[in-house]
Structures are given as C-alpha cells and as structure tokens.
Design a binder for this molecule. Structure first.
Ligand SMILES: Nc1ncnc2c1ncn2[C@@H]1O[C@H](COP(=O)(O)OP(=O)(O)O)[C@@H](O)[C@H]1O
Ligand SMILES: Cc1cn([C@H]2C[C@H](O)[C@@H](COP(=O)(O)OP(=O)(O)O)O2)c(=O)[nH]c1=O
Length: 218
C-alpha cells in the first residue's frame, strides 16, 4: 500500500479531545452530500474489525502503551486498505476524524517513560497513507472539557484514560509543534474557540480552494 496518488482527496481533522472535530467533519460531509460531491466520512479508531478490538482495549486502564501504539497502527493499516484507499480511488473526498498525527502525539506522550519514541511510532505507521491535508483544531483543554460536560456527553467518572487535563495540555502542544514543523500546503491550524458556524466558514473556504486546485471541485 505505497500508492500515494489517487483521484480523490484525503482530508484529516485532528486535535485534542473535544476540540470540535467531529462536529466539523459531519458539517463538511453534509455540505458536500448536498452538493452531490463524492464524499466519505470516517473516524479513528475505525469502524473495522481491528477498530472494534481497539475500542475494547482502550476501555482498560492498564494496557502497556506499546500495545496501544501497535493496535492503533494495525487498525490504521486495515482502515487504509479496506476503506480509505478504495474511497480515494473512487474519487471521493475522504474526511477522517483523527488519523496518524494522533498516534504520533498521544502514543509518544503516553509512552515516554516506557521507551517509546516518535521514531518507533513513525516506523510502525510507515505503511499508512499520507493525507493530502490536515486541519488541527486548537483550543484550551479546559474549554473543550467544559463543552463536553455542558453538552452532557461526558462526566468526570466516565472520562477516557487519555482525557486527563494535564495530558491534554501536552497533546495540544504536540499538535502545535506538528503544524509548526510542516509546510502550510499540508496543514492549517484553526482557533477552535469560536462558534461552530464561524469555524465551518474557515474550514469550507480552505477545502473548497484545495479541491478546486486539484480539479475535484469545479
Ligand atoms: N465551536 C463549538 N462551540 C461550542 N460547542 C461546540 C463547538 N463545536 C462542538 N461543540 C460541542 O462540544 C462537544 C464536543 O464536540 P465534538 O465535535 O464531539 O468534539 P471532538 O470530536 O473533537 O471530540 C459536543 O457536545 C459539541 O456539540
Ligand atoms: C486515532 C488515535 C486516537 N487516540 C486517542 C484519542 C482519544 O482520546 C481516544 C479515542 O478517540 P475517541 O473516543 O474517538 O475520542 P474523540 O471523540 O476525542 O476523538 O483515542 C490515540 O491515542 N491514538 C490514535 O492514533
């Protein structure tokens, strides 16, 4: 699975937990559906067989971090092979709610005291597809947490193991560093402390431009 050119467009939305990426992924999906544009929405952990197994493992507190990293990487290979590449070859805009950068950041921070480093995570992910473009939603973790509690999608007892606030500050920093070290042609960082409509307007302007440049959108 080394092919890196396709008829479609591979877009990733990423950021800390609760930054609003699922909301924007769904907005984009519905927008392009209405326009009769070929579009596919997906998420990581994936809905595939390995994604189901991974979600089960993530509910356990005491997995070795190496195991988490390997499961995320395995799920990603299956996800690329079974779902993402076929959709891209079919000319679709593929919108993924989280992808490889989440592994680079979450697993390297989670495993920093267990001998896990970024180079190893990159190596186990080297067979996954490289996105055409990534949007990072940047927000203070306290605001993201408040949103999720206010909307009653979360309470403190049910918080996933990755959602502890200091960990989220480290994750936020990690995403910012990725943006800083990559070209503007590949990444956009958006201040996610704005209304959903304001954020959507920024996202849509960028994606329309990118799709027009690639000749996918007329
Ligand atoms: N821009 C926004 N302003 C206020 N609340 C938001 C905004 N975007 C999303 N939300 C709400 O915040 C919560 C988390 O958003 P969600 O899109 O699920 O985040 P993520 O997918 O990044 O975890 C949801 O309850 C959602 O309705
Ligand atoms: C894709 C991915 C997610 N994660 C983490 C981020 C989330 O805290 C958790 C599960 O994701 P999920 O339950 O979908 O949360 P969210 O709505 O915030 O995206 O898995 C990783 O640690 N590594 C990865 O490669």
């Amino acid at each position: 699975m080394t092919r890196q050119s396709w008829a479609g467009f591979f877009l990733v939305l990423d950021g800390i937990d609760g930054c609003g990426k699922s909301t924007q992924a769904k907005n984009l999906y519905h927008h392009f559906r209405k326009m009769n544009q070929k579009v596919h929405i997906t998420t990581e952990p994936s809905q595939g067989d390995l994604g189901q197994i991974l979600r089960k493992y993530l509910k356990k507190d005491q997995n070795p971090p190496q195991l988490d990293a390997l499961l995320f990487a395995a799920d990603r290979i299956e996800h690329c092979h079974d779902e993402i590449l076929p959709a891209l070859n079919d000319g679709k805009l593929v919108i993924s709610d989280r992808y490889r950068d989440s592994s680079y950041i979450y697993q390297s921070i989670q495993g920093k005291n267990d001998g896990i480093n970024r180079a190893w995570i990159e190596s186990i992910n080297k067979f996954s597809l490289t996105p055409d473009f990534t949007i990072i939603f940047d927000i203070d973790p306290k605001i993201a947490l408040k949103r999720r509690i206010t909307h009653n999608t979360e309470n403190q007892e049910e918080m996933d193991k990755f959602e502890e606030i200091n960990f989220q500050y480290e994750i936020r920093k990690g995403f910012k560093e990725i943006v800083a070290h990559n070209p503007k042609e590949k990444y956009l960082i958006i201040d996610a402390d704005q209304s959903p409509d304001q954020i959507f307007a920024i996202v849509l302007k960028k994606i329309n431009h990118l799709l027009k440049t690639k000749g996918i959108l007329l």
